[in-house]
Design a protein around this ligand. Structure first.
Ligand SMILES: CC(C)(COP(=O)(O)OP(=O)(O)OC[C@H]1O[C@@H](n2cnc3c(N)ncnc32)[C@H](O)[C@@H]1OP(=O)(O)O)[C@@H](O)C(=O)NCCC(=O)NCCS
Length: 87
């Protein structure tokens, strides 16, 4: 994750906090889609996303996703992709 963040000039990194404790994190970094016609579209990739086990299933992961997507839409990004294990 540090390598990903260090290699990107633009990224969105959000944390969820309970009092002073960080309990969740989400990272969005740039992705470029190259179309058949040769055009390129710039969007963002979501990941990693993680919530501490004892705070899971309380809506924190969803809230991090929604806030990140809200900010990306407001910044004009046309798409977000998710890479990861299918399960
Ligand atoms: C995935 C994760 C971030 C979800 O965070 P969370 O705060 O528990 O999520 P929420 O409470 O907002 O939402 C829970 C919902 O996500 C679903 N969910 C949890 N893990 C999931 C997974 N790996 N795949 C699909 N759905 C998942 C739950 O079934 C639940 O669905 P429901 O609302 O329909 O019942 C958290 O379980 C986690 O940190 N897991 C370990 C790390 C991980 O697998 N990260 C994703 C890949 S980078």
């Amino acid at each position: 994750m540090h390598m990903l963040r260090d290699s990107c000039s633009v990224f969105i990194s959000l944390v969820a906090k309970m009092d002073t404790q960080v309990v969740g994190h989400i990272l969005f970094t740039p992705v470029c889609l190259r179309l058949k016609e040769g055009n390129e579209i710039n969007g963002m990739g979501l990941g990693p996303l993680a919530v501490l086990p004892e705070f899971q299933n309380k809506g924190i992961g969803s809230a991090l996703c929604q806030e990140g997507l809200r900010r990306l839409a407001s910044d004009g990004y046309p798409f977000v992709i998710v890479l990861g294990h299918p399960s």
